[in-house]
Ligand binder design. Structure first.
Ligand SMILES: Cc1ncc(C[n+]2csc(CCOP(=O)(O)OP(=O)(O)O)c2C)c(N)n1
Ligand SMILES: [Mg+2]
Length: 806
């Protein structure tokens, strides 16, 4: 585990000139290696298909100074860093110099199973803390990790001292999710959270509009962040101090980003001087005189002398940031995209690569010996000694914390609740949480969250019992005034519900961070979130991000589908079943009955404890009251068998196989239904029986697991034809029934279950909701979209008589 706060080394003293010289030399090597990593991948390594390999030399170069100062001067054990996606070569170069990346990996950028294009905590071999790539998401990940660290500290006591650092491209701030995070109240006032913005005034295609930097700064101040500016380097600042220097500052301050970038593209110092001294067509004599003092060969360097490349100033800014308490800090560092490279400042440099000739020149300029292109510093050299002594400050890198977590056996197989009358799965989730709050070992680990829909998704009981999390205890004025409240909004550092503002991005990013608490801080949390099902797509990229990071959490989407009825329109989710089925590292369940949900939730919690193989879980729930008496009343071994089937994805709720008139190929069909459609399909099956058609009914508790099981079996079979592996789906429909026609029905897009036709190679009709919603009563909507009892009956009749399309 990272060093304890008492043993944490003191922040280093202000950098000595000697340190700066060595840092400068390390910076040169980082610039070289990061450029060379990309060059080798594109121009040296074999490329059988000739397709572009890619990589970002200019984006990397703009961060070289900031990252050199961070990793070779300021870094402490226990720091968590998110690295701008396109600076991944810089990160790997640094990890190599620190001894955390084997040298052979440097030639494997974007190679098969080599270094990933963007930093990946699950796929890269060196210690990536936060995956980045989809701009904006990785950028804010440290904020959510910082909140998680504070939660863990408030609930489990002493914590190591951590800093949370984000290295961010300026155009990443165009992403709305960044500002959603900054606006979130739970993320305010976080200590030891430092953002470093690489303000190179360029994005992918363009020079960013002028005035953006000022706006960015104001936005941070509005959100109560401490702002540290790293605008001009010491050389330029020295010129500003000279007589007439103010004119130079004014000239650079007021010029547009386009003009500044265009000056960076001029090779000839005299021309740059002339342009600088001329404004609106007139020559400023005083300015010209000042600039004449600067030799032509140095004027480009003077113009490009920005704070984000001045190591001394960067180190100073980092140290100032470290002193700030009670709120996050942003360092706005002005940089040059492509700094130190011949493509510096080129508006189209984002994916430009240096030619072999340019690489040769760079190698000479940076003093890298021929044949030593992937070398670290020679042992005994000043740089090697510096790195060694610096490394000893954080010992052998981050240690994997020994996880503190409950054992899976602490989570029971069942809560033995009785499910009577009519209850919706959403209601049952609320009751289950209340039951879980009585299990001491588990209750303390569960943390719930919701984007402003906690009460309408039935978390009220849990919140009343466990309280709302806030780093400071707050007075509940309603309670003090004895005003009766359905929801007791008691806020304190011991609360176990985190209520977010309405941001589905924040919701999934918080779940992601809570779900990595074991790996980050050694304390296991069992995060459970609730969200309106239809708005999952609003936070979909953040969900995708969390799953890519292999975070482990549970979320319930509720209410779902058109069964929500009256709220109509785009409040009704259509495509979420496909999202659940298709996202990796996620298991999607859509239970119908209370008992099913109980088994599933308990198994999902156990799944979270399996840090190696466990996944996140999505529960698609509903507000439709379901008659619990329809659930099969099994006991003993049969109940255990049923439980296992529910967890694996489904079971036969109606099985006509022993009916005396059962004739597969004649009067038999199979209905597959999901969630709230199960009782509707059951009614249809009963009606069909009255008409002489024997329709079995499979209750699909997890279409996703059934699909995956089948897919796995077919892949295994394709690989080893000798092995006959049978999936649960094939167990559910025995050999003699495989040719019976199928009708599938779900309160979601019909496409989601249509794969069943391919599984059995038989005529299949898929019913579902393929259009945006409508208001109306539930029955009216079921009729409208063709998922009513009569629609199912009709579909079975037509598919049996071959009127249904194959
Ligand atoms: C969500 C998302 N949209 C688009 C992209 C494609 N993209 C990659 S980099 C980039 C521009 C990034 O600019 P900036 O953050 O300023 O980084 P720089 O390269 O200038 O350092 C874009 C649009 C992406 N990676 N992620
Ligand atoms: Mg940029």
């Amino acid at each position: 585990m990272a060093a304890n706060s008492q043993t944490q080394p003191k922040p280093p003293a202000r950098s000595s000139q000697r340190d700066l010289k060595t840092l400068g030399s390390i910076q040169d090597r980082v610039l070289w290696l990061s450029t060379q990593i990309v060059h080798y991948a594109n121009n040296v390594r074999d490329n059988a298909d000739g397709l572009k390999v890619g990589g970002h030399q200019a984006s990397s170069a703009s961060m070289v100074s900031l990252m050199t100062a961070l990793y070779f001067h300021q870094w402490r054990r226990g720091d968590f860093v998110a690295v701008k996606p396109h600076a991944s070569p810089v990160f790997h170069a640094i990890q190599f110099l620190l001894g955390n990346l084997p040298p052979e990996k440097l030639t494997q950028l974007r190679a098969y199973e080599g270094l990933q294009a963007y930093p990946s905590r699950t796929k890269d071999v060196d210690p990536v803390d936060f995956s980045t790539g989809s701009v904006g998401l990785g950028a804010v990940a440290p904020n959510f990790a910082a909140l998680t660290a504070r939660y863990v500290k408030d609930h489990f006591g002493v914590q190591d001292a951590h800093r949370f650092i984000a290295l961010i491209g300026d155009a990443e701030l165009d992403e709305g999710n960044v500002w959603e995070a900054l606006g979130e109240d739970n993320l305010r006032a976080l200590d030891h959270l430092i953002w470093i913005i690489d303000l190179n005034r360029q994005s992918l295609d363009r020079v960013v509009p002028s005035g953006k930097a000022q706006k960015i700064e104001e936005m941070f101040r509005v959100h109560d962040w401490e702002v540290i500016q790293l605008k001009y380097g010491r050389r330029l600042q020295a010129y500003f101090e000279r007589p007439g220097g103010e004119r130079l500052r004014e000239r650079i301050d007021l010029m547009t980003n386009d003009e500044y970038q265009s000056l960076l593209r001029i090779n000839d110092g005299d021309s740059i001087r002339e342009h600088l001294a001329r404004s609106n067509g007139t020559v400023d004599q005083a300015l010209l005189e000042l600039l004449e003092d600067c030799p032509a060969g140095e004027i480009w360097g003077l113009l490009a002398d920005l704070g984000g490349h001045d190591l001394d100033m960067i180190v100073d800014a980092y140290q100032r940031a470290d002193q700030v308490r009670g709120r996050p800090v942003v360092i706005i560092a002005y940089t040059v995209k492509g700094w130190g490279l011949p493509i510096a400042g080129d508006p189209l440099n984002h994916s430009k690569l240096l030619t072999t000739e340019q690489m040769g020149e760079l190698q000479t300029k940076l003093g890298v010996p021929q044949g030593g292109e992937f070398d670290s510093f020679a042992p005994g050299s000043e740089e090697a000694n510096y790195i060694d002594s610096f490394k000893s400050r954080f010992a052998s890198g981050r240690k994997q914390p020994a996880p503190s977590m409950p054992g899976a056996s602490e989570i029971p197989q069942t809560l033995s609740s009785a499910y009577k009358g009519k209850r919706s799965t959403q209601q049952v989730l609320g009751s289950l949480l209340t039951s879980l709050s009585r299990l001491p070992g588990i209750a303390g680990r569960i943390v719930t969250t919701s984007p402003d829909v906690a009460s309408s998704t039935n978390l009220g009981g849990w919140i009343n019992k466990m309280g709302v999390y806030s780093s400071q205890a707050r007075i509940n004025y309603f309670k003090e005034a004895h005003i009766p409240q359905l929801l007791d909004w008691q806020q304190s550092p011991k609360g176990e519900h985190i209520e977010l503002g309405i941001s589905e991005n924040n919701f999934f990013l918080l779940l992601t961070a809570l779900g990595l608490s074991t790996e980050f801080f050694g304390e296991t949390l069992l995060p459970i979130g609730t969200i309106y099902d239809t708005f999952i797509s609003r936070g979909l990229d953040a969900l995708n991000y969390g799953l890519y990071c292999k975070s482990k959490f549970i979320f319930a989407g509720s209410p779902s589908g058109i069964s929500l009825s009256r709220e109509g329109g785009a409040h009704q989710s259509l495509i979420t079943p496909s999202i659940g089925a298709e996202l990796p590292h996620l298991v999607y369940y859509e239970p119908c009955f209370g008992q099913e949900l109980e088994w599933i939730l308990l198994a999902s919690l156990r799944n979270l404890l399996d840090r190696k193989h466990g996944t996140s879980v999505y529960l698609r729930l509903s507000t439709v009251p379901i008659d619990q008496a329809l659930f099969p009343a099994e006991s003993g071994a049969e109940s255990e068998q049923l439980r296992r089937s529910v967890l694996r994805g489904g079971y036969r709720l109606v099985d006509h196989a022993s009916h005396p008139k059962y004739k597969p190929g004649g009067n038999v069909a199979n209905i597959f239904a999901c969630g709230v459609m199960v009782p509707v399909a059951l009614e249809a099956s009963q009606e069909l029986a009255r008409r002489g058609i024997l329709a079995n009914l499979v209750n699909m508790t997890s279409p996703a697991l059934l699909y995956r099981g089948w897919r796995q079996a077919t892949r295994l079979h394709a690989k080893s034809p000798g092995i006959r592996s049978t999936s649960l789906l094939e167990h559910l429909i025995p050999e003699n029934e495989r040719q019976c026609p199928i009708v599938t029905v779900m309160d979601g897009h019909s496409h989601a279950l249509s794969f069943l036709g391919a599984v059995f190679g038989t005529r299949t009709v898929s019913l579902g909701v393929d259009e945006f919603g409508q208001t109306g009563s539930r029955e009216e909507l079921y009729q409208h979209y063709g998922i009513s009892t009569s629609a199912i009956v009709e579909a079975v009749e037509s598919v049996l008589t071959k009127r249904g399309r194959p």
